[in-house]
Design a protein around this ligand. Structure first.
Ligand code: GAP
Length: 515
């Protein structure tokens, strides 16, 4: 991960936000290459899911043809939306503070452990056991990572006890007696952690001149509720019939307790969400359709299938309103983590908004013309993805170090559709008419897609620069170009070179980008 973060900074993909002022935790800025990459991810999603969807074609895996429309709702909305959705009362994480170090932790991301003698048969913790809390995941974080923040004290305890092993204690932070014996990371004495308490993740602000409870509003923590709030507007204006989906892409804000793992968990991020409305009896089929379609979307854009998992939630993991849910997970360098969730949310959201707003949000079904029309609340399948997480996964997956000849190179093997720069044009030398010819080709390509022109340095170094930026095609104008009007086109991943007529370069690359 360190190598990727360093490349992202060095090559202008991602910078810490407000860096010259020391940064702002959980916020990131996308630099010149990063903004193109993230825009390509969002465009690919929008085109594949919304704008290029063919509503006249029945889909193989789903029960019928369907329509897709888009939406761009406001970030600030009437706060009653967040009461109806359950966010005001329930969108919280359990938080603990350390009174000594002033650090704040998510209680479910702190593991409490004690040391017992290696040869002791059971895991019992008695009055004399010292307990430690360390950032990690119960049962998943390796012992040496748990021990790291307490290395000295653990070594001392081990010396006293002889060979020891680590015993993890689930639920210890909710038990006052165990908390009193627990050393927080960096604390000099035990018992400095507070009892876990719910911390609402929504950012509050005020609308208008008055700053009181009547003017409280929230920065949206998800784009989904803007879609539900506009369900009736879309039905009334877009002539859509069930089944249909509304896609929305935009910023969301969460005051995460521990933003971490680069852009993976940020406080400001972008979501790409679909609310797909269907007849209740078809929801199961559409759930499977969207779950598989969304998994395949990542594979189609080059993510290694071996590192991409579809994890169906167990029944006891499901939110109270969800009939089923699956996560698309990716093997990031920091562990397997969620990229996107696909949930069958039943009619929970529309029902909540109907009750809270007093507006009839039921759909009038005219499926069978000779039968009585029925009014009902459609059920909803929600594929909810993060643009920043997807961008990070594409970057992690593309990052490659290989050896060409006897030189190692770093290359981003991004899908050509996602690559920030599609082509780079180089004159071999800065004379003999080569720069002029190169500029003509550069301008022709640049009018169609992001293209770079580079005449500085040895040709090998120019290739390496483009490899690190993920540019799939490099075109070199050399002595032969000046006699037979052909150029060299070099492929990023294989480094293979072919010769092409200069006037065929645009058509060749365009075709490859559309593959
Ligand atoms: N409407 C459902 C919803 O918002 P979620 O699982 O909370 O569900 C959906 O979020 C997706 O949004 C996640 O799978 C992830 O890709 C992205 N996401 C959520 N919180 C994020 C954060 N703090 N930083 C970056 N991306 C985040």
């Amino acid at each position: 991960m360190d190598k990727l973060v360093s490349l992202a900074k060095r090559r202008g993909f991602i910078f810490p936000s407000s860096e010259i002022y020391g940064g702002l935790s959980g916020c990131w800025d996308y630099g010149p290459l990063g903004v193109e990459l993230k825009r390509n991810v969002k465009d690919a999603w929008w085109q594949d899911m919304v704008s290029r969807h063919d509503e006249t074609m029945a889909v193989d895996e789903g029960p019928s043809a369907y329509s897709m429309v888009g939406l761009d709702s406001s970030i600030l909305m009437n706060p009653r939306i967040w009461q109806a959705s359950g966010h005001v009362d329930g969108f919280s994480d359990p938080m603990v503070d350390c009174r000594e170090t002033r650090n704040r932790y998510r209680a479910d991301q702190l593991v409490v452990f004690g040391l017992v003698k290696e040869d002791e048969a059971d895991n019992s913790i008695d009055d004399t056991t010292i307990l430690f809390a360390a950032p990690g995941e119960l049962g998943a974080t390796p012992e040496k990572e748990l021990i790291a923040p307490h290395q000295k004290r653990v070594s001392r305890a081990s010396k006293a006890l002889g060979n020891v092993r680590v015993v993890q204690i689930p639920g210890a932070l909710s038990d006052a007696d165990l908390r009193a014996k627990t050393f927080a990371p960096g604390a000099s004495k035990p018992g400095t952690l507070t009892e876990p308490r719910a911390f609402n993740l929504m950012f509050e602000t005020h609308v208008g001149a008055l700053k009181d409870s009547s003017s409280t509003a929230y920065l949206r923590p998800e784009t989904a509720q803007g879609i539900f709030a506009n369900f009736k507007n879309v039905c009334d204006t877009a002539r859509v019939r069930l089944p249909f989906g509304i896609g929305q892409l935009g910023k969301a804000f969460r005051n995460e307790i521990n933003p971490r793992n680069f852009t993976f968990r940020s406080r400001e991020f972008e979501q790409m969400e679909i609310e797909f409305f269907c007849r209740p009896e078809e929801a199961g089929m559409w759930y499977k359709y969207w779950r598989d379609r969304r998994y395949n979307w990542y594979v189609g854009l080059g993510i290694d299938r071996a590192k991409l998992h579809l994890r169906e939630h167990d029944t006891d993991e499901l939110a109270h309103y969800a009939a089923s849910c699956a996560d698309v997970e990716y093997e990031f360098p920091f562990g397997v983590s969620e990229l996107e969730g696909i949930a069958n949310r039943t009619d929970f959201d529309l029902r909540q908004h109907m009750e809270h707003s007093g507006k009839d949000l039921r759909y009038l079904d005219d499926l069978e013309p000779d039968k009585e029309k029925r009014r009902f609340l459609p059920h909803v399948i929600e594929p909810s993805a993060g643009a920043d997480r997807a961008t990070l996964a594409f970057l992690c997956d593309a990052y490659t170090e290989d050896t060409i000849g006897n030189e190692t190179r770093t290359v981003l093997m991004l899908h050509p559709r996602l690559a920030p720069i599609k082509a780079a044009v180089f004159p071999l030398v800065k004379k003999d008419g080569m720069p002029e010819k190169a500029l003509t080709i550069y301008r022709e390509l640049r009018s169609q897609f992001p293209t770079s022109y580079d005449e500085k340095g040895a040709i090998g170094r120019r290739y390496r620069r483009q490899d690190e930026a993920g540019t799939p095609f490099c075109i070199t104008i050399d002595g032969d170009t000046m006699t037979n009007d052909t150029v060299t086109l070099r492929e990023r991943d294989t480094c293979e070179q072919i010769r092409l007529p200069a006037d065929g370069v645009l058509a060749y690359i365009t075709e490859r980008l559309n593959e």
